[in-house]
Ligand binder design. Structure first.
Ligand SMILES: Nc1nc2c(ncn2[C@@H]2O[C@H](COP(=O)(O)OP(=O)(O)OP(=O)(O)O)[C@@H](O)[C@H]2O)c(=O)[nH]1
Ligand SMILES: [Mg+2]
Length: 303
């Protein structure tokens, strides 16, 4: 049975997910710069063991801390079989009073996070968690968004998916604060390690992403991974990067929400009407949109 705070949080998240304007603006008034909670993003290929890894991390962290996990529902047909497995493993954690687990729909952002995710984070943060994990499927460009939101992004790779080189090319490696080679019990670890090492050795803003190996299924390598997660957290705080990241997340939030809110209204207008009005000189639709947005920004007083 979920307790009353869990029910209350679940309700608030649902409203935000449904883009309820009142819930969105209530969430917007909650702070995002709380530096007593670490937001950890976990991304990687479908079926890469992200949820198994998250369950292990949650289990380890929840021994002493309050942990929330937000799982973006995988819509990928590849991992159809795994979803049930996830749920069963996660179910075991649900009864832990230190743990809150919630699935989020990806609302058309294939594999990635939905537009209201930062508002959801604000809401979750207000419940004084020590850690918030967000799992997203790294199935395209969208997963890169996770790096705009998380303090610490774990990029999970798996040996022998044949995607060693593909991953190197796709840009997903650039978002890694920590590389995780999961399923390290399978053959092909060495060549994956070699493929990733080059990216891992690059220093970005003074941080060099470490390369960890895990067998999430058996809980191996989790302690070492937690040490790296903590090192990154210390570095974020000492370097001042944490507050920068949170500001970036707030910007991401405004950009996403404004786009979606505009679309919501445009969507209600029949195509025929929109098309007819688009090129009417007396209305100047695009120019007026631009002006309205500029006016809103002027209200911020800083533009
Ligand atoms: N051999 C091996 N299998 C693993 C390991 N970790 C997870 N698996 C298995 O990989 C499959 C997928 O695991 P999930 O944790 O559901 O993977 P996921 O990345 O969350 O999958 P989606 O969210 O559906 O993309 C399951 O059958 C797991 O049991 C591991 O370290 N080694
Ligand atoms: Mg999963």
């Amino acid at each position: 049975m979920p307790s009353s705070w869990q029910r209350q949080l679940a309700k608030a998240i649902s409203k935000i997910e449904n883009m309820d304007p009142q819930a969105l603006s209530e969430a917007a008034s909650l702070p995002l710069d709380n530096s007593s909670v670490q937001i950890i993003g976990v991304t990687g290929p479908p079926g890469g063991g992200k949820s198994t890894l998250c369950s292990q991390l949650i289990q380890a962290l929840a021994a002493e801390h309050k942990v929330a996990a937000l799982l973006v529902d995988p819509s990928s047909p590849f991992s159809g079989g795994a979803i049930l497995g996830d749920r069963i493993r996660m179910q075991a954690l649900v009864s832990n009073p230190n743990v809150y687990i919630r699935s989020l729909s990806n609302r058309g952002n294939a594999g990635g996070v939905g537009s209201s995710v930062v508002s959801i984070l604000r809401e979750v943060m207000s419940y004084s968690f020590d850690y918030i994990l967000i799992e997203t499927v790294g199935a395209g460009q969208s997963e890169v968004k996770i790096a705009s939101i998380a303090d610490t992004t774990l990029v999970v790779s798996v040996p022998n998916l044949g995607d060693d080189i593909q991953a190197v090319k796709s840009g997903i490696l650039e978002i890694a604060d920590i590389f995780v080679i999961n399923k390290a019990d399978l053959p092909g670890v060495d060549s994956l390690y070699t493929a990733l090492r080059e990216s891992a050795q690059k220093q970005v803003d003074g941080w060099t992403a470490p390369l960890c190996q895990t067998v999430a299924l058996e809980g191996l390598g989790i302690d070492a991974l937690l040490v790296e997660i903590d090192k990154h957290w210390q570095w974020l705080q000492q370097s001042g990067r944490l507050l920068e990241k949170r500001k970036f997340a707030a910007k991401f939030e405004i950009m996403e929400l404004s786009r979606v809110l505009l679309q919501k209204h445009l969507d209600k207008v029949p195509a025929e009407v929109l098309a007819r009005n688009l090129n009417r000189k007396d209305i100047n639709l695009l120019q007026r949109l631009d002006e309205v947005y500029a006016e809103i920004l002027n209200l911020f007083g800083e533009v």
